[in-house]
Design a protein around this ligand. Structure first.
Ligand code: NAD
Length: 490
């Protein structure tokens, strides 16, 4: 155990409007992937903490439900105003805890989070019902009512964006919330909770930290949680859905992806190469569910297109996430770093595949002090190989050649995932035919950016169920419909 002088700062979690340690006094060390130093300690929440938080959320629910929706929305807007001047501080925390580069990633993530509070704050009054025309003597109308206590769980890769998406939409709709932050990136989420705490009644938002197998399990199996909203891996999503099935509670799942990018023969251009690099989320070390990690390039342009991709990647700097010069930061933790290296080793061992860039990370020098992996491009990959089928969640791009349009669509769809996809061609008819044929919840044509508020974003197949990024998503995910039928003839 560390002595007092070296004990890193403790960040308690938020239960019933109080900042508290875990009930049994245990802590989790948060290690920074930029230099492997422990930068903070957070509560190792467990069953008792979840019970406290769910009970507090249950007590807070009637009052919050009955607060006028636009008044709830105004509070969310005030949270946005409070967060905005804190954005730089919170962005730096994200970069320290999860390794994302400050300039290219973390700043934008916090700006987006502020926008999320503004967006859901402004649409809080739009949870409208309908009237059914049953004649002059009957009034039949529907109401959109909140579900109650929502249990939400988020991963570490975009911790603030994903937490805020659940917080703002669930609360705007009148639910109360127990959110479990990821054990690898809890600090910035706790700062978001701090801004919320200044405006929300106690218990409306509870933010816990703890391991998935402890606090996470306690939350998904708690009998008083009326809805589960989970973002993370498909494996854990399956477990969450199983727990929801036991109690028949609705569940939203935003899960993994192994997303295709299709480059047509007319698209052998620098801007397309740059777009595919963005689509692969190299500046997030590839740690994105929407990363276009299978790059299908028409065989006739494969060599020259890969050259362009590599030239673009060579302009990007891997380094300390807090350094303004860094485009690409560090992999989140040792486990993920080892997993990514394992896939690189596997690629290097495949006969038929060649490495156009990158490879095993440096064993010496400044980059060896943290979990840094350089952008790695494997060429000549077969779509059936494990590295082309499993989500690596690292900066490893698989380039797969194609000859025939039907064949490439078949390969693009030959995966149990279906989250996002990218199509690159000047022929818009062809692009849209491909977009309609691809089994994915979100297809981009000639662009590779991130999610936009207002799009009902979510996955097909094993990439998820439900939508959360829009007003419609909020209504679908965080309200239930009630009909009231009245005989007004008496
Ligand atoms: P993960 O599934 O291991 O963990 C996610 C969260 O679930 C963490 O908070 C973890 O503590 C918790 N958890 C783990 N086991 C649990 C259990 N048994 N019960 C309850 N909670 C449990 O995922 P990760 O490695 O943190 O994140 C990466 C994954 O998330 C990738 O697969 C990525 O594609 C996915 N992801 C999806 C989206 C999306 O929008 N579809 C967005 C971001 C990340």
């Amino acid at each position: 155990m560390a002595d007092k002088a070296t004990t890193p700062r403790e960040h308690p979690h938020l239960v019933d409007g109080q900042w508290v340690p875990a009930r049994d006094g245990q802590w989790i060390d948060v290690e920074s992937p930029r230099n492997r130093e422990v930068i903070a300690r957070v509560p190792r929440g467990g069953e008792k903490d979840v019970q406290d938080a769910v009970a507090a959320a249950g007590r807070a629910f009637p009052g919050w439900r009955d607060t006028a929706p636009r008044a709830r929305g105004r509070l969310l807007q005030q949270i946005a105003d409070t967060l905005e001047p804190e954005a730089e501080r919170i962005a730096r925390l994200i970069s320290e805890e999860n390794g994302n580069a400050l300039r290219t990633q973390s700043r934008g993530e916090v700006t987006f989070a502020v926008d999320v509070f503004r967006y859901f704050g402004s649409v809080a009054g739009e949870t409208k019902g309908e009237t059914i025309p049953l004649g002059a003597k009957t009034l039949d109308y529907s109401r959109r009512e909140p579900l109650g206590v929502v249990g939400a769980i988020v991963p570490w890769n975009a911790p603030v964006q994903l937490a805020v998406m659940k917080i703002a939409s669930a609360l705007a709709a009148g639910n109360t919330l127990v959110l479990k932050a990821a054990e690898d990136a809890p600090l910035a989420v706790l700062e978001i909770a701090r801004a919320c705490h200044a405006y929300l009644p106690p218990g409306v938002l509870n933010v816990l930290v703890g391991y998935g197998t402890e606090a996470g399990e306690a939350l998904i199996t708690h009998p008083d949680v009326r809805k589960l909203s989970f973002t993370g891996s498909t494996a854990v999503g399956r477990r969450v859905m199983g727990a929801a099935a036991e109690r028949i509670v609705p569940v939203s799942l935003e899960l993994g992806g192994k997303n295709p990018q299709i480059v047509y023969p007319d698209a052998d251009e620098d801007w397309v190469a740059a777009g595919t690099v963005t689509g692969m989320r190299f500046v997030r070390q590839g740690q994105s569910c929407t990363a276009g990690s299978r790059l299908f390039v028409h065989r006739s342009i494969a060599d020259s297109f890969v050259e362009k991709v590599v030239a673009n990647l060579r302009t990007l700097t891997v380094g300390d996430p807090l350094d303004e010069a860094s485009d690409i930061g560090a992999i989140v933790n040792r486990k993920q770093y080892d997993r990514v290296c394992g896939f690189i080793d596997e690629g290097l061992g495949h006969r038929g595949a060649t490495v156009a860039l990158g490879g095993r990370p440096p064993a010496e020098g400044p980059l060896s002090e943290g979990y840094f992996v350089e952008p790695t491009v494997f060429v000549g990959v077969d779509n059936e190989w494990r590295m082309a089928q499993e989500e690596i969640f690292g900066p490893v791009l698989c380039v797969i050649p194609w000859d025939d349009e039907d064949e490439v669509i078949r390969m693009a769809n030959d995966t149990h995932y279906g989250l996002s996809a990218f199509v690159w061609t000047h022929d818009i008819g062809r692009a849209l035919r491909a977009a309609h044929a691809i089994e994915a919840g979100w297809v981009q044509v000639n662009q590779g950016g991130g999610q936009v508020l207002g799009q009902s974003y979510g996955g097909y197949k094993q990439s998820g169920i439900g939508r959360e990024f829009s007003l419609e998503g909020m209504i679908e995910s965080f309200t239930q419909r009630k009909h009231v039928s009245v005989d007004i003839s008496r």
